[in-house]
Ligand binder design. Structure first.
Ligand SMILES: Cc1cc2nc3c(=O)[nH]c(=O)nc-3n(C[C@H](O)[C@H](O)[C@H](O)COP(=O)(O)OP(=O)(O)OC[C@H]3O[C@@H](n4cnc5c(N)ncnc54)[C@H](O)[C@@H]3O)c2cc1C
Length: 450
């Protein structure tokens, strides 16, 4: 253990030494707050991690786009300005990947492990935690949180507020759906109609079913199982050519105003956010690869030019009902000294997990030293994501990654790339101003030099 002059502040517990936990530990230590970081590996493993390294990447080695006109690129730029360890070491250990930031996973995880283990005042304790520790604590145990702790969290929040799988349908921007094809209606003519409906003829329906069954899929991992009530679209299609037409694509109660007829099948798009800038494809949870999703779903009438802000997925994922339980500062509504960070909050992705760890670390340090926790403006990439996952009015919560559809609209009309450029400019301006106002920029400066 490293000696620390600030033991009087009280130690902050971090459970989980993944991307979020390591970023949080770094932010706390840079602010002079002592940390106990609990990581169960290599003593207890998970179904996906292969080493005892901290911040191990379990699948792809990509931190996604660097472009400021992509949500992940903009989020990384905000993290840079806030002094992120994960981003800094990701860039040190990058490998060529075109416009994306990809890393040498072994070197990256080792570098994070070494840097975190050497932080002043940090004790790295290799032990599985089964109950939430007393005192200021950040729970960052990720999508594969060990079962005893999951059960403890379930008891704390109510078992119905802790989920073990995500079944995400693709999400498209509203403006990219062809308005000449889509018609607004709910089944049986409830007015004014909440769904955007995309009608299919019999030929269009069969073309879609064949494309879905023939598409390339991500292999199912041994620890993943599907629930009958939430099957991947390709599994439904595989069970029979008409299964989807009697399931999520059933046309019952819908009449296409263009033809005055009931279509053969209908793809329904459900509103995803309050601003109605995003819609999800109802029932299209899938394990198709991302490029295949783009190809296959673009066959749906009205989606030929759709912009997908997130693709469908279906995998093991422990996450909490954040809209019900978390504040945008990542504090639990029930006890402000308990924070959640990383994938368990319902953010999705390496970079999003690390960014939420960054904010949880900053806020735990603020609480430990008598300052008020903060949250970035909703006009920033991190702020818009946090506002999305903690919007108390949200029902049927599913994890979300960073994307421009989450941002509040601009005061002026703009479309496509120009719109994203203007949103990115606003975001970086606002994050700089906010960071200065919080007084945290001094700590970030120290991080940059370290
Ligand atoms: C199979 C799989 C593949 C994924 N692939 C990608 C991908 O390719 N790209 C992407 O962007 N995102 C991916 N994700 C999603 C997500 O971004 C990553 O899981 C990311 O690592 C989450 O960061 P985290 O810090 O929240 O959790 P993790 O990085 O998983 O860290 C959590 C840590 O907590 C430890 N832990 C768990 N329970 C306990 C306990 N009770 N006591 C002590 N320690 C504990 C774990 O050992 C782990 O080290 C994937 C998720 C899964 C499950």
């Amino acid at each position: 253990m490293n000696a620390h002059p600030n033991e009087a502040i009280g130690r902050v517990n971090i459970v989980g030494g993944g991307l979020a936990g390591c970023e949080a530990a770094w932010q706390l230590a840079r602010r002079g707050v002592p940390v106990d970081l609990y990581e169960m590996r290599p003593v207890t493993g998970t179904a996906a991690h292969a080493t005892g390294d901290l911040a191990e990447l379990v699948c792809s080695n990509s931190f996604r786009s660097r472009s400021l006109t992509a949500g992940a690129g903009l989020l990384k730029e905000e993290m840079r300005r806030m002094g992120s360890l994960i981003l800094t070491l990701g860039e040190v250990h990058q490998v060529p990947a075109g416009s994306a930031l990809a890393v040498d996973r072994t070197r990256f995880a080792r570098a994070v492990s070494e840097r975190v283990a050497a932080l002043p005042g940090l004790r790295l304790i290799r032990r599985e935690i089964e109950t939430i520790p007393a005192g200021l604590t950040i729970v960052a145990t990720g999508p594969l949180t060990a079962q005893p702790l999951s059960e403890c969290i379930g008891k704390l929040l109510g078992a119905e507020h802790l989920y073990y799988y995500d079944a995400i349908s693709p999400v498209v921007t509203a403006e990219s759906v062809d308005a000449a094809v889509a018609f607004r209606a709910s089944r049986y003519d409830e007015q004014p109609g909440d769904y955007l409906n995309l009608p299919l003829t019999q030929a269009e329906y069969y073309r879609l079913v064949d494309a879905v069954t023939g598409a390339e899929k991500v292999p199912v991992r041994s620890f993943e199982r599907f629930f009958e009530g939430c099957l991947p679209v390709e599994e439904m299609a595989r069970r029979g050519r008409e299964t989807l037409a009697f399931g999520p694509l059933r046309p019952t109660g819908l009449v296409d105003p263009a033809s005055g007829q009931r279509p053969y099948a209908v793809v329904q798009l459900r509103q995803e956010n309050r601003e109605a800038t995003l819609y999800n494809l109802v029932g299209f949870q899938t394990k198709m690869t991302y490029p295949e999703q783009k190809r296959v779903f673009s066959l749906i009438p009205g989606l030929a030019k759709a912009v997908f802000v997130r693709y469908g997925s279906l995998h093991r994922n422990t996450f909490i009902n954040a809209p019900r339980h978390l504040l945008p500062t990542l504090q639990w509504r029930g006890a402000p000294r308990l924070f959640f960070a990383g994938q368990i909050t319902g953010v999705e992705g390496y970079i999003e997990s690390a960014a939420s760890g960054l904010l949880a670390g900053v806020n735990a340090a603020r609480l430990a030293t008598g300052a008020k926790p903060v949250t970035p403006p909703a006009t920033t990439a991190l702020g818009s994501l946090l506002h999305y996952i903690t919007d108390a009015g949200r029902e049927g919560f599913q994890p979300m990654n960073v994307n421009f559809g989450l941002f509040p609209s601009l005061p002026i009309k703009a479309r496509g790339r120009r719109k994203r450029e203007l949103m990115a400019e606003r975001s970086l301006r606002d994050v700089e101003r906010w960071w200065l106002e919080t007084g945290e920029d001094g700590a970030a400066g120290a991080v940059r030099q370290a």
